[in-house]
Write a protein that binds this ligand. Structure first.
Ligand code: UD1
Ligand code: UDP
Length: 367
């Protein structure tokens, strides 16, 4: 049973589901919790995946408790009806934590895809750090993307024999999408692709950035548009109304700010490739952008993905407007500083993580 609920869940589980579906030893049941609606469906369509069941839990401005309880109750029901040998989910969403708990209550082994990422700050990212930490002791299979992640799990007394370094399945997904033929049809992407000047790509949605920090991020983007008249801002906005209100209030009227609906994954990948600079608080984008050789400024105080920072492709800048502007200006005016960050590196995987997970499950679940 493979479970996904949000956009990144679907992106990172899709390659795993596809690889398992193609192997005769597995009968795969894909369950959507519907923690996200439109943003989940966008991804499932792209990967041509149809869930066997959909809990459809999303409500406007849902609380963490609502997501947890509805997912837990829904999966409890499903696990009674559909026996499973293993339950799989990825990363740090509340869908994933609740899936691990539901599997545990049913004594079904849980496989954690993208295990072991940590900041060791309980509230950053919130609630994702605790979702990850609480999922770990519930899991039987820990698919760690990197050696750093493995080390975290070992520190937490997860037995070495239960941890496998697989790479991140998000890299499998991004490579697959980048290879698909694609005709840009979204007006915003077309405008970015044909823009003669430079393109700044911005995404922000984290709970700990809601309110003042996000206003500060938006003010920084506005300031950059004022300083560089060749700059075009492409800002695909998360569907959360709290995010949209803030971004629209500050940037909504600027002629070179393209505030759009969330882009489908394929156009978003092309937007990353076109961008000259990426500003983001996203987890997944931090993993993908370095693979395209794009400098990335991370709009957070801390990250559970230090590998990109260590490799020099990413820099933590926080949410202070002055700091974001200063670091961006440096990259937009100093060719050497830009070139130093724009070396393509991919510390997160080689595109074969899903195959490794399949082979481990084949080995470990042998009857
Ligand atoms: C969730 C995850 C976060 C992940 C992010 C990816 C949790 C607690 N948070 O945060 O880890 O980084 O997804 O995007 O698991 N909405 C829609 N349509 C959609 C999606 C969201 O309208 O397709 C709106 C709804 O009003 C919803 C709100 O956004 O209530 C927030 O969604 P939620 O899943 O609670 O939080 P995210 O910030 O999306
Ligand atoms: N993404 C997308 N469309 C967008 C913005 C992002 O398809 O408009 C993709 C992005 O490439 C990455 C994933 O969504 O794979 C990241 O999701 P998000 O930032 O919502 O969540 P996080 O990774 O922070 O949990």
């Amino acid at each position: 049973m493979a479970i996904c609920g949000t956009r990144p869940d679907a992106i990172k589980m899709a390659p795993v589901v596809r690889v398992l579906q193609r192997h005769p030893a597995f009968e795969v049941r894909l369950i959507a919790t519907g923690q996200h609606r439109e943003m989940l469906d966008q991804v499932l369509r792209l990967f041509r995946l149809t869930p066997d069941a959909d809990l459809n839990i999303m409500t406007p401005q849902q609380t963490l408790t609502e997501i947890t309880t509805r997912t837990l109750e829904g999966l409890d029901r499903l696990l009674r009806e559909l026996p499973a040998d293993v339950v799989l989910a990825q990363g740090d969403t509340t869908t994933t934590f609740a899936a691990a708990l539901a599997a545990f209550y049913h004594r079904v082994p849980f496989g954690h895809v993208e295990a072991g990422l940590r900041t060791y700050d309980k509230y950053q990212p919130f609630p994702e750090e605790m979702n990850r930490r609480l999922t770990a002791p519930l899991a039987e299979f820990h698919f760690a993307p990197t050696e750093t992640a493995r080390q975290h799990l070992l520190q937490e007394h997860i037995p070495d024999g239960r941890i496998w370094i697989t790479g991140n399945t998000g890299i499998d997904a991004v490579q697959w999408v980048a290879q698909q033929p694609y005709e840009p049809t979204e007006p915003a992407l077309q405008r970015a692709l044909t823009h003669a000047g430079r393109v700044l790509l911005l995404t922000t949605h984290r709970r700990e950035n809601w309110g003042e920090p996000m206003r500060s991020i938006a003010r920084a983007a506005h300031e950059l548009l004022q300083r560089f008249d060749d700059l075009l801002l492409l800002l695909p906005m998360h569907r959360n109304p709290r995010v949209r209100e803030t971004l629209t209030a500050v940037l909504g009227n600027h002629p070179r700010a393209l505030l759009t609906e969330p882009l489908d994954y394929a156009p978003f990948v092309h937007a990353m490739r076109r961008a000259d600079l990426i500003l983001t608080d996203s987890g997944g984008v931090q993993e993908e952008a370095p693979a395209f050789g794009k400098p990335i400024l991370v709009l957070r105080e801390t990250t559970e993905r230090p590998e990109g920072v260590v490799a020099g492709a990413a820099k933590l800048v926080g949410t202070d407007a002055e700091q974001i502007v200063a670091e961006s200006v440096r990259l937009l005016t100093d060719a050497d500083a830009y070139a130093q960050m724009a070396r393509a590196v991919n510390p997160y995987g080689d595109g074969r993580a899903s195959e490794r997970i399949r082979d481990i499950l084949l080995q470990e679940l042998r009857p």
